[in-house]
Each structure stands twice: as structure tokens, then as C-alpha cells.
Design a protein around this ligand. Structure first.
Ligand SMILES: Cc1ncc(COP(=O)(O)O)c(C=O)c1O
Length: 382
């Protein structure tokens, strides 16, 4: 029998990163020592207090279904954390999800239907495009690469892309894959366009806690943005909890009601005892987070210096743990070659909508980062 698949799934391409990851696995299986700079996850263990809190929660019997939108203690803790960022949300504005990815999926599914236009800032995290396509939306993309990945100098380009036809704009600062943190003037520019054209904005703030010497502003704090912003965040990156699958979004109550239907009919809830560990993460982990951020900053500086020694100049990121390396026009071939010849895994910029670059993640030890750059140089990739 041949199954009939929906237009919905057929519209979505397999991830361009899969080719690299398949090749990387193949080489590792052959016994090759692959330096994997392609992964989007911190290399630190989850802080011990969070692990203990999860164990305690299991012992205390928090192993059944949780309230669909999140356990009250976590929704309150999230609202408090957002209030510290200047955002006025109550627990009733929050849905706790299994990962920020699910939060984004629910929001996009609730806001976008066939033919709706969504604006992305390129390079953009790979799943935004897929989520919009699954919902039937069309994409309008603004290329930030001519501006060192900053948004402020690209505001005229953004103004050309946003119109009364635009339904949604997705902003991710600090950004994956560039590490750029957008200035307040850039965010004010976004606000002006969003208000003028009555556009909803998703502010994906999953890297907000990982910055170096800058304080990113939350879009929803700007005047005129409270009722048109959906703030997304999660525990994967700041608390090194990628496998726990815990995230959330906060937005106007009518969105929470609509997205809540999708949430309850799909995932039911985020894992009960994991949510209790999330309360501990928000309450008592600031020192451990600061330590990880300090380590990331040291690695960023190291990689920027090592690349400069090889004559490679990058836009220095102020946040997250990624940077974009200018490489050959055929970035896919460059990345495949770098993996085959130097056994260093990176992600082609075209996966994020910006060919000619490779994304490296510096969530790896200094020793591996040093060796990675050295191998790429020795194999003639710079
Ligand atoms: C920009 C961005 N948003 C959202 C996510 C989703 O994170 P998670 O589902 O692990 O919370 C990621 C993960 O890589 C990301 O880079």
C-alpha cells in the first residue's frame, strides 16, 4: 500500500543539517575522532540542585498528569522571572511546554493559517521556516548578513518586508545562529513597524540569559508591545537542560486560551516532575548559570582570536554560543569537506537561509575548540 501524505508535511524539507549529522555519525562509527561544533546544546551537566529537585519531585509522587498549562508553582515562578525582565504577565498568561520548540509550534499553529505572511530575520533558526510552512504560511525574509547580522542597520529593509499583509514577525535575540543581540533602537524599530501594520511579534528569548557584557531588552516591555508580543523562553540553554524538554510562552489571555486547546489535545502537559525541577532552576541556580556564561565568554574570545590568527574575521557575537564563519559560496560543500577532511562538524549557513557561511557552536572545551580551528587551518579551509 502507498500512503497518501498531506500537503502540510510534504511542504517541509528534511533538515539540511541532517546530511552533516549523518556523515558525522558515519565517520565516528568508522572510529574517526570527529570534533562536533555543530550541536546546539551546552556541554555542561545540568546543575546538581536541579537534578536533586527532580528526584525529590519523583519521590514526592509528582509522576501523574500535571495541569495542562503547567503546575501552578512553575507558572507563578515564570511570571515572576518575566516580571524581573520588565514583562507584565500573570500565571494566567503562561503555558508551560515540553521545550520552547513546542511553545513556538503551538503559537505559530494558533496564529498562522493558509496564505498568512510571516517575516523572518535571516539567518534564522531552522525550525521557524518549517513551522510556518506546516501552518500554511508564506515567508518574507530579511537578510541581516550585509550588516554583520545586526538588525538596527537593516531597519529600512525590514520596513520594505513588513506590510499590512504581514501577520507575524519572529525576532530571536540573542540569535541562533549568529549570537547577535539586537540594540534597543532596533527593537524600537520593530515596535514601530508592528504597531503601524498591526503585526503580532514572537520574541524568542531562549538565549537571553547567555550574554557577554550586554543586557538584552525584552520586546514585550516596549510601549505598545504588551498585547502584540508573545514571549518564548525555556530551560534547555541557560540551565543546560536540553533533554528535560521544558519551555514556555507568555502572551495575551486569548492566545493562551486558543493555543491551550492545541496543547491539551497534543502533549497534554510538560512532564510533571520536570516542571518541579524547573521551579528550582528559576529559584536557585543563578551562580551556576553565571559560571557557564563566563565559560562560554572565554571560549568565544578564544575562538575569535584563533580565527583572527588564521586571517578569518567574524562578527563577534554578544550572546548565545554560536558564531557565523564566512566560508565559500557553496557552504554545504565547505561543511561536508571540512567534516570529511578535517573531521570537524559545522552547520552550513544555507540551513538558516544565509549561504556563504558556516555556523560553529563553541559549546565545546577549549582544547577541542583549539584543535578544531587547527585542523581546519591545516586542511586548508581558511
Ligand atoms: C532559537 C531557538 N529557539 C528555540 C529552541 C528550542 O529549544 P528547546 O525546545 O530545547 O527548548 C532552540 C533550540 O535549539 C533555539 O535555538
Amino acid at each position: 500500500m502507498t500512503m497518501d501524505f498531506t500537503d502540510r508535511v510534504s511542504r517541509v524539507e528534511p533538515s539540511a543539517t541532517l546530511a552533516i549529522s549523518a556523515l558525522s555519525k558515519e565517520l565516528t562509527a568508522e572510529g574517526k575522532d570527529v570534533i562536533d561544533l555543530s550541536v546546539g546544546e551546552p556541554d555542561f551537566p545540568t546543575p546538581e540542585n536541579i537534578v536533586e529537585a527532580a528526584k525529590d519531585a519523583m519521590d514526592a509522587g509528582h509522576t501523574g498528569y500535571a495541569s495542562a498549562k503547567g503546575v501552578p508553582a512553575l507558572k507563578e515562578a515564570v511570571a515572576e522571572k518575566l516580571a524581573e525582565d520588565g514583562l507584565e504577565y500573570g500565571p494566567e498568561n503562561v503555558i508551560v511546554t515540553p521545550g520552547a520548540k513546542q511553545a513556538l509550534y503551538e503559537v505559530v499553529q494558533s496564529l498562522i493559517q493558509e496564505g498568512d505572511e510571516v517575516v523572518l530575520l535571516d539567518p534564522a533558526w531552522v525550525s521557524y521556516e518549517a513551522m510556518v510552512k506546516l501552518a500554511g504560511g508564506s515567508l518574507s525574509r530579511v537578510d541581516l548578513s550585509p550588516y554583520d547580522f545586526q538588525l538596527e542597520p537593516a531597519l529600512d529593509d525590514l520596513a520594505d518586508a513588513v506590510s499590512d499583509e504581514t501577520e507575524l514577525l519572529i525576532v530571536n535575540s540573542p540569535s541562533n545562529p549568529t549570537g547577535a543581540v539586537y540594540t534597543d533602537a532596533a527593537l524600537e524599530g520593530v515596535r514601530d513597524l508592528a504597531v503601524e501594520h498591526d503585526v503580532t511579534v514572537i520574541s524568542d528569548e531562549i538565549y537571553k540569559e547567555i550574554t557577554y557584557g550586554v543586557e538584552p531588552t525584552s520586546l514585550g516591555t516596549l510601549e505598545g508591545m504588551a498585547d502584540r508580543t508573545v514571549t518564548v523562553n525555556g530551560f534547555s540553554k541557560a540551565y543546560s537542560m536540553t533533554g528535560w524538554r521544558l519551555g514556555y510562552f507568555a502572551g495575551p489571555e486569548d492566545l493562551v486560551a486558543e493555543a491551550g486547546k492545541l496543547h491539551s489535545h497534543s502533549v497534554s502537559s510538560a512532564v510533571n516532575f520536570v516542571q518541579h525541577a524547573g521551579v528550582e532552576a528559576l529559584a536557585n541556580t543563578d551562580a551556576a548559570v553565571a559560571e557557564m556564561v563566563e565559560a562560554f565568554e572565554g571560549r568565544r574570545d578564544l575562538v575569535v582570536d584563533l580565527l583572527a590568527e588564521e586571517g578569518v574575521e567574524v562578527a563577534v557575537p554578544d550572546g548565545a554560543f554560536y558564531m557565523m564563519l564566512p566560508v565559500a559560496d557553496d557552504d554545504q560543500a565547505w561543511c561536508e569537506g571540512a567534516l570529511e577532511d578535517a573531521h570537524v562538524a559545522t552547520v552550513p549557513g544555507s540551513a538558516f537561509g544565509t549561504p556563504g557561511y558556516a555556523r560553529i557552536s563553541y559549546a565545546a572545551s577549549e582544547e577541542r575548540l583549539r584543535e578544531g580551528v587547527e585542523r581546519l587551518a591545516d586542511a586548508g579551509y581558511f
